[in-house]
Write a protein that binds this ligand. Structure first.
Ligand code: HEC
Length: 322
């Protein structure tokens, strides 16, 4: 009977762990929030679990009934508990194991019979003092710190085997720079009109200027004053003047009006750079500027002014260091 019970328990546990395993496996989402199982599989699993629980309960009950039945048929006779005789303290003490326990050794406790040897030869008001030995644990700690200090000194300062704090810091920073560059590279290429942000860092604006000079000057003029394309330096915009609007215009273009889509020629990072550069032209009032077109743009969308945070910008100090 016991064996069956154990088997059932084991089955239960394995089902539970199976369910837990399921969670970690990436399954194509079916739209239903489950453990990655379809509803019928889920139902089956629950049913199976229920059956197993029922089985477990019935076997336990069966066992209990069996014991009850046996007790009914031939009851176990009552046996009065045996009373242990109460020992005298000295006898009890003499029966205790003589060998000191680890605990006693650690604390360097001396047996009470040896107390006489420990008494210091003076007494005040009849109060005697014992000269107990220094506990082992304390000595281990004390000498341990000394040994540690010497090995530390040798390892880090004399032998130079380990990295000092400063070196460790430098290494971690260097690694973080690499990670950060990788992260920025990755995040830059996922920029789209909903995630693009205002970024006025010099490097970005310079990149934007280069892109503008090679791609946009023919139609928008070398200062953004407008030739075929509209003036980009005024407050009037045909398609909105916020960073995401400008990004969108550049990305998708206005093909029917002669502004091409740059999605295929520029990557998201470049488009974001040139969009930021275009915004930086605002208010420059270049000579021969084209008359305003479109509507005066007022930044209503809070995203228009959302700056790139320190998290996704290489810090200025870092740039300066390089
Ligand atoms: C072939 C000519 C041409 C080139 C090259 C060109 N544009 Fe344009 N651009 C236009 C025209 C034309 C419009 C106006 C579209 C309209 O009337 O809807 C325009 C509109 C825009 C606008 C929207 C202005 C507003 O008022 O809303 C932006 C921003 C812009 N261009 C940026 C750029 C950038 C950045 C580049 C370079 C990557 C570029 N353009 C290259 C012709 C061009």
């Amino acid at each position: 009977m016991k064996k069956i019970n154990l088997t059932v328990l084991f089955l239960l546990l394995s089902i539970l762990s199976f369910a837990a395993d399921e969670k970690t496996v990436a399954v194509v989402p079916t739209g239903e929030p489950s453990l990655g199982l379809s509803s019928s599989e889920m139902l089956l699993a629950i049913l199976l679990l229920f059956v197993l629980v029922m089985l477990f309960v019935s076997i336990t009950l069966l066992n209990a009934f069996k014991v009850m039945y046996q007790e009914q048929v031939n009851p176990t006779p009552y046996v009065a508990p045996v009373k242990e005789p109460v020992l005298d303290y000295d006898i009890w003490l003499s029966q205790q194991p003589k060998k000191p326990s680890i605990w006693t050794k650690l604390l360097s406790l001396r047996p009470i019979e040896e107390e006489g040897d420990l008494v210091i030869d003076h007494a005040y008001d009849g109060i005697k003092e014992l000269n107990n030995p220094v506990p082992t644990w304390f000595n281990v700690l004390f000498f341990g710190t000394m040994i540690f200090a010497v090995s530390y000194l040798f390892y880090y300062h004399i032998g130079g085997y380990g990295d000092l704090q400063d070196q460790e810091y430098e290494q971690e920073i260097a690694k973080a720079q690499v990670d950060k560059a990788a992260y920025l590279e990755k995040s830059a290429n996922t920029i789209d009109e909903s995630s693009v942000k205002v970024d006025k860092t010099l490097a970005v604006l310079q990149e934007g200027r280069t892109i503008f000079n090679t791609n946009c000057v023919v139609c928008h003029g070398d200062k953004g004053q407008g030739i075929i394309g509209p003036n980009l330096t005024d407050e009037y915009w045909l398609h909105g003047g916020g960073i995401s609007n400008v990004f969108k215009t550049i990305k998708y273009g206005v093909p029917e009006k002669g502004m091409i889509s740059w999605e295929k020629n520029l990557n998201p990072k470049q488009m974001s750079a040139v969009a930021n550069f275009v915004l930086s032209l605002s208010g420059t009032k270049p000579a021969g500027a084209k008359a305003p077109q479109g509507e005066k743009y007022e930044a209503k969308n809070p995203k228009d002014n959302e700056m790139k945070t320190a998290k996704d910008t290489v810090r200025k100090e870092d740039d300066a260091k390089k």
